[in-house]
Design a protein around this ligand. Structure first.
Ligand SMILES: [Zn+2]
Ligand SMILES: [Zn+2]
Length: 235
């Protein structure tokens, strides 16, 4: 039986692909054509990720990265003469975040069944966005949004819930949404938001209060505006 020798590393191999052993082939040519940066869009309110134009639930950076990586890998064409390429697994090389370094473990196959494996470093770049569901929800019936900032979102959420109860304005609250920046509380009327701010001030937690007003249209009672209060606290 003729011995096959890899033209690159000189090792013997059962099968060669373009004159190379499978591991040299993977090093030289790779397994699949996949971009170095994989992009995705993530709803900053609910964590859903947009895949092929559809929003699918994710809820964490890991889940969003997984969805983006799988989707991109499913579209990647194998490098010739491989006839098949798939994602065997992936692992994060940096802390899962909006921008994460990831190693893809790809596995390809020739028509003769020779398996080729490659570990491909890529960057997964997620763009903060808003999904249609959250868009509808946050643009619904509210006239004031209070953005609580200046601490860990989990701690801010607990503080907001506590202060809402103490102010007795839960009934005037449309929604409370935790994001990576903090917590946004949506109120049906500004009086409720002001009461919440007073409670926080009384506790000595408020550093600054920023205000912005936005014109959102006309109603029978006049000009309709929406107020944003940016409350920076010290926890
Ligand atoms: Zn070789
Ligand atoms: Zn959403």
């Amino acid at each position: 039986m003729a011995r096959l020798v890899c033209a690159r590393c000189g090792r013997e191999a059962d099968r060669l692909i373009r004159g190379l052993c499978p591991s040299c082939f993977a090093e030289v040519y790779g397994v699949a054509r996949i971009p170095g940066v994989l992009r995705g869009e993530v709803c900053r309110y609910c964590g859903s990720v947009r895949i092929a134009g559809r929003w699918v639930p994710a809820g964490s950076f890991e889940a969003a990265i997984d969805a983006v990586v799988r989707w991109q890998a499913s579209k990647a064409r194998p490098v010739e003469p491989l006839v098949e390429a798939r994602l065997a697994s992936w692992e994060a090389l940096s802390k899962p975040d909006w921008r994460t370094r990831v190693a893809l473990n790809l596995e390809g196959r020739t028509a003769e069944g020779v398996v080729v494996r490659a570990r491909v470093p890529v960057v997964v770049q997620l763009k903060p966005s808003i999904c249609p569901t959250c868009k509808t929800r946050v643009s619904g019936e509210y006239d004031t949004v209070l953005q609580l900032r200046g601490g860990d979102p989990g701690a801010l959420e607990r503080l907001a819930v506590e202060a809402l109860t103490e102010a007795g304005v839960e009934g005037d609250t449309v929604d409370l949404i935790k994001s990576k920046d903090g917590v946004d509380v949506y109120f049906t009327h500004r009086g409720a938001a002001s009461r919440l701010v007073r409670i926080l001030k009384r506790r000595g937690l408020v550093e600054t209060v920023g205000r912005a007003e936005e014109y959102v249209g006309l109603t029978s009672t006049g000009r309709r505006t929406r107020k944003t209060l940016i409350v920076r606290v010290r926890l």
